[in-house]
Each structure stands twice: as structure tokens, then as C-alpha cells.
Design a protein around this ligand. Structure first.
Ligand SMILES: Cc1cc2nc3c(=O)[nH]c(=O)nc-3n(C[C@H](O)[C@H](O)[C@H](O)COP(=O)(O)O)c2cc1C
Length: 205
């Protein structure tokens, strides 16, 4: 049984790391719907709802993995066989894959980049929600994500696109955290008299 993270919500956010080492179970039923609903809480200029979540799981995975392998072959014809087979294994064996569809309106007054950022913000909410419910995941991408035939299998016709995939399941090694940068390097308090500088950008850094 997957355990939800019971600490404070901020501790949960600070304790999230991506991982592709995922085992069953993946979320299902109402839990999955609530996790995906977190994506819909993201900021969304113009309320365009540009996100489209396509869930690939169970016995459907090998067929989708075959489409991914074909897309990799089309987009990266020089990629070694090993790379194609790695993609096949990941897409066939990861408990759940969530394709991050972007329903883009190129002529809308809300710029396309803002529509894309809403999808990205939604994806981050989904990753955080997964973590808070005791699951895990990683956001992956690659040239194959621009492959039109692959996108058509996901119901994404031009001008709609893909922001990548979330690989989803239960972390094989829970609690393994990536080292994070020091926030003091990446923040500044603005003062009228001085231009803002960041420690991260200092030459000695
Ligand atoms: C749009 C996007 C695409 C990404 N694509 C890949 C990818 O293809 N392969 C990969 O290993 N990491 C990729 N990453 C990075 C991982 O999702 C993740 O951030 C990284 O493993 C660091 O883990 P962390 O989230 O715990 O910091 C991508 C991140 C973003 C935002």
C-alpha cells in the first residue's frame, strides 16, 4: 500500500525528487483523477485549459512503446539500437506514462509561450501531487516528442504539441533526494539604489 507523505505540505514540496526507477503501483481510480486535477489548478492565462493528459498503462504500454521506437528512428536515424531499445523498455515497463499534450491556440491573444507555460506549471503540479500521495515520477522529453505520427497516435493534431512525458509509478528507493542548489545564490531583495545581482552569477562562484 502506497503511503501518502504526512509531513507539512511545504516539507513535502522540499522533499520531492524525480526518479525513473519506478515500480508498481501507479495511481488509479479516484486517486489518479485527484492527482491529475492538481494539474488543472495551475495558473492559466485566459483560462484556455491547454493541458491534455493522455494516460498509458497496463497492457497498452508495449504498443505505445513500439510507436515511440518508430518515432525515435524517424527523428534520430543515427541513434544507436541500444538507445531505441532503452526507450522501448522504459515505455513498456514503467507502470504508467502520462503524455503531456499541449492544446495550443496560435492566433489567441494569449501568447503561445504562456499557453506552454501553463501546461508546464500543470505538469509540475502533477509531479508534486504524485509525490504527496506517495508515488513518484520523472518528466522526460526528446526529439521524438516532436514526431507528428507519434503525436497523431495521442490525438494531437497540428498545431497541438507535446511537452514530454511523465513516467509514473512508485519510487523503487523512496526518500532518495537530489542535492539542491542553495537558495541564497538564486534570490535577491530588490533595493531602489542598487541593481540586483545574484551570488550564482558572481565570477568566484
Ligand atoms: C521539459 C523537461 C524535459 C526534461 N527531459 C528530460 C529527459 O529527457 N531526460 C532526463 O533525464 N531528464 C529530463 N528532464 C529533467 C528531469 O525531469 C528532472 O528534472 C531531473 O532528473 C532532475 O530531477 P529533480 O526533478 O529531482 O531535480 C526534463 C525536465 C523538463 C522540465
Amino acid at each position: 500500500m502506497t503511503q501518502a507523505i504526512s509531513d507539512s505540505p511545504l516539507s513535502a514540496l522540499l522533499g520531492r525528487s524525480s526518479t525513473g526507477d519506478l515500480i508498481a503501483p501507479a495511481p488509479e481510480g479516484d486517486v489518479l483523477m485527484r492527482i491529475l486535477s492538481a494539474g488543472l489548478c495551475a495558473p492559466d492565462h485566459g483560462h484556455l485549459c491547454p493541458w491534455r493528459y493522455i494516460v498509458i498503462t497496463g497492457a497498452e504500454r508495449p504498443a505505445f512503446a513500439a510507436h515511440v521506437v518508430e518515432a525515435v528512428a524517424r527523428q534520430e536515424p543515427d541513434a544507436p539500437e541500444k538507445k531505441r531499445e532503452k526507450r522501448r523498455t522504459r515505455f513498456s515497463e514503467t507502470p504508467m506514462i502520462i503524455a503531456l499534450g499541449m492544446h495550443i491556440r496560435p492566433k489567441h491573444k494569449v501568447p503561445v509561450i504562456e499557453q506552454e507555460m501553463a501546461v508546464a506549471a500543470g505538469a509540475m503540479n502533477v509531479l508534486n501531487a504524485l509525490h504527496m500521495e506517495g508515488f513518484g515520477g520523472v518528466w522526460i522529453s526528446g526529439a521524438f516528442c516532436e514526431d507528428r505520427p507519434l503525436l497523431r497516435h495521442l490525438g494531437l493534431k497540428k498545431p497541438h504539441r507535446l511537452a514530454g512525458f511523465l513516467l509514473v509509478g512508485t519510487p523503487e528507493k523512496p526518500g532518495k533526494l537530489h542535492k539542491r542548489p542553495d537558495i541564497a545564490d538564486y534570490m535577491a531583495i530588490w533595493e531602489a539604489e542598487h541593481p540586483v545581482t545574484f551570488r550564482a552569477d558572481e565570477e568566484s562562484h
